[in-house]
Write a protein that binds this ligand. Structure first.
Ligand code: URA
Length: 248
């Protein structure tokens, strides 16, 4: 692959911008003294540097973001900054064939005040699989409550509660009290404000909400709010996804 094409594929700008970056000496490649736009590179496993920032090549981007409170999961947020503003420009600019928008997109949404694990990708199959209710990927929420929780509330959340937009009851796949005013709740679907509405339906109220796990992937303790990391094959397997070969 030509170096200017590689940079373009990773979101460093138009082909012209990428060629300019290379010609002006802003791009470093291991083992190549003075790379040119037409320099041939093998992208697999390559880490290069653009304007001092090291960047590992990824044919597809699979990202885990620790969403902080005070950010909206929207490209056009109404009142708060967008979670996309937490990502570096190349992740927001990656060209995506056939997609309406460039760059990685969030898998589902978390409310503005919810914190925790948010997946993002430029792979439509991944986004579809992880957000589809058919696949029942369990998501674990740590819930801080306004009032003390009792065994009856836990039982009702497990048995199912009716929300105002659907007569079919929605139930937690798992639910346990983790403190006097704290619950751990596992859901396999993702309706609008689902945790908050389920908790309200049993007579309590969510004060704070944190998503700690998606499938078997736990938000790493060393990933601070606002930070993100690439997901490798092992982490992808933990959310039940096997990238087609050559897409890692
Ligand atoms: N349920 C909610 O109520 N809010 C979220 O952000 C996620 C799940």
């Amino acid at each position: 692959m030509r170096l200017d094409d590689l940079l373009f594929s990773q979101g460093f700008g138009t082909r012209r911008v990428c060629a300019g970056l290379i010609q002006q000496g802003w791009v470093r490649l291991p083992g190549v003294e003075a790379p040119e736009p037409g320099t041939e590179v093998d992208p697999e496993g390559l880490t290069f540097e653009v304007q001092g920032r090291r960047w590992p090549y990824h044919a597809r981007a699979y990202i885990l973001l620790h969403k902080p409170a005070g950010y909206e999961c929207s490209h056009k947020p109404s009142a708060w900054p967008s979670v996309y503003s937490l990502l570096p420009a190349p992740l927001r600019q990656r060209p995506v064939k056939g997609a309406a928008l460039p760059g990685v997109q969030a898998v589902g949404r978390l409310d503005q005040d919810t914190t925790g694990a948010l997946l993002l990708s430029d792979d439509g199959q991944f986004i579809h699989r992880l957000s589809s209710p058919r696949h029942h990927v369990p998501k674990v929420y740590e819930v801080t409550l306004r009032h003390a929780v009792d065994a009856q509330q836990v039982q009702r959340l497990l048995a199912g509660v009716v929300l105002d937009d659907d007569p079919r009851p929605v139930r937690a796949a798992a639910c346990e009290a983790t403190g006097e005013r704290a619950l751990r709740l596992t859901l396999t679907e993702g309706k609008y404000h689902q945790v908050k509405r389920m908790v309200a339906a049993v007579g309590n109220r969510v004060e704070a909400l944190h998503r700690s796990r998606i499938g078997d992937l736990t938000l790493p303790e060393d990933l601070a709010p606002g930070q993100w990391c690439w997901l490798g094959p092992q982490a992808l397997a933990q959310v039940g996804f096997a990238p087609p070969s050559g897409k890692k």
